[in-house]
Design a protein around this ligand. Structure first.
Ligand code: DP6
Length: 406
């Protein structure tokens, strides 16, 4: 229960953070576009919030005239239907609790208007989807404010953005597609926690690109309408891949995990190509990264590194701690950076490594200077957290964004 911090003004305020997640079995296609029900289950790894997170403060007060939202310093339209779905659903849960008398929260607060202020600690320009962490943080913070604890929270986040439901948990998370038409069984569930596979490391290779990609919502709509491969994937391929992925994660079998991750990314991009008109998310640099990973693995005769790509050209690399320094050096060698050493690799520190002439020769690729802008080095991390320190609130006592949040 996180109720009034400032009784005099009848202002209640809560701040939370939520993580980004990267799918290894991709969600692509909806069977219901209104309440966002997928045509296949999916599975992701939650990334650590020390490197990538959304922070959201929500205040409610009887003095507020209307619901308002500020995203990364700019006031946005609160009437966005996905935003409205999330707000309505949480308020409905809160009222239900109040009626059944098991709510310890301020009984009136649910009828008050809210002010929402949200920021990402990563640049939108990095091309990383922020809708997953954004909606997960919105829903989690609302639930804390109104004292709603409910296993249906991921179903609410899902209605903001499908992939957001997976950001409500840490570690390895599956989103089961469910069978019901009301979506009550289309929920996220933790497979294993973030501490289950401590050697696993994640690199985000931020690729230089000027073109803006087709958004995932409209992209998957066109795929559902036109791609026959998509139906085959949903009906035949994903059900067995989900089982296999869960098994290899539980066995901490990197070879099998890496191979399945790459195959699933490739199938998703094959479906984009099978969509009519086709959608191209990968660019030349993405293709070069794919070749580099396969040549690197070939050199060692085993899968040491795996790539996956979402609805844009950036690569996400999964590898094990032991192989990380050398692979980062390989990336530096074949994509000589514009910026100096430390700035090129952000996030968790990576040790330096030497490359053998043999390895460079075997990879046999021409270096592409400045093809990769920078790397974010991270690992699996926990789900949403409440921020206790009131100094970290993004809204001031007047209920408006603090200067620091703009
Ligand atoms: C390629 O969750 O962004 O990242 O539900 O329309 O908001 P909407 O789509 P979104 O789609 C994510 C697609 C993906 C794969 C994945 O994360 O599973």
């Amino acid at each position: 229960m996180n109720m009034p911090e400032n009784d005099k003004q009848n202002l209640a305020m809560v701040t939370c953070t939520a993580p980004v997640n990267i799918a290894v079995i991709k969600y692509w296609g909806k069977r219901d576009e209104d309440i966002i029900l997928p045509i296949n289950s999916s599975l992701s790894v939650t990334l650590h919030q020390d490197q990538l997170k959304t922070t959201t403060t929500i205040a409610c007060s009887r003095n507020f005239q209307q619901d308002r939202i500020w995203l990364n310093g700019k006031e946005e339209d609160i009437s966005n239907p996905r935003l409205q779905s999330c707000l309505q659903e949480i308020r409905r849960f809160a009222r239900k609790r109040r009626n059944t008398g098991d709510s310890t929260s301020d009984v009136n607060s649910v009828s008050h208007k809210v002010h929402i202020c949200s920021v990402n600690n990563f640049p939108t320009a990095a091309g990383l989807a922020s809708s997953a962490s954004g909606y997960a943080c919105l829903v989690y913070t609302l639930s804390q404010l109104f004292g709603v604890e409910n296993e249906q929270l991921s179903a609410v986040a899902r209605q903001g953005s499908g992939s957001a439901c997976r950001s409500l948990y840490g570690g390895f998370v599956q989103w089961k597609l469910g069978e019901r038409s009301d979506g009550k069984d289309s929920l996220a569930e933790q497979v294993e926690s973030e501490s289950y596979w401590p050697e696993l490391r994640i690199l985000i290779l931020v690729v230089s690109a000027d073109q803006k990609s087709v958004g995932s919502t409209s992209g998957m709509h066109t795929s559902v309408e036109t791609s026959q491969l998509l139906k085959y994937r949903a009906d035949v391929v994903v059900p067995s891949r989900m089982e296999e992925m869960i098994r290899v994660i539980r066995q901490r079998d990197f070879t099998a995990f890496g191979e399945l991750t790459m195959k699933d990314s490739n199938q998703f991009h094959a479906i984009c190509l099978d969509t009519y008109p086709p959608i191209f998310y990968l660019n030349n640099i993405s293709h070069q990264i794919i070749s580099l990973v396969h040549r690197y693995n070939q050199y060692y005769g085993e899968t040491r590194v795996a790539y996956t790509f979402d609805a844009g050209p950036n690569a996400v690399i999964y590898t094990l701690q032991d192989h990380l320094p050398e692979f980062v050096q390989v990336v530096r060698h074949f994509f000589p950076p514009e910026i100096s050493g430390e700035e090129f690799v952000k996030g968790l520190p990576v040790c330096s490594a030497d490359l053998s002439e043999d390895l460079k020769r075997d990879i046999n690729m021409d270096p592409t200077p400045k093809g990769i802008r920078y790397i974010i080095s991270t690992e699996a991390g926990p789900g949403p957290c409440v921020v206790k320190d009131p100094n970290h609130h993004l809204l001031g006592a007047d209920g408006l964004p603090k200067k620091s949040a703009i």
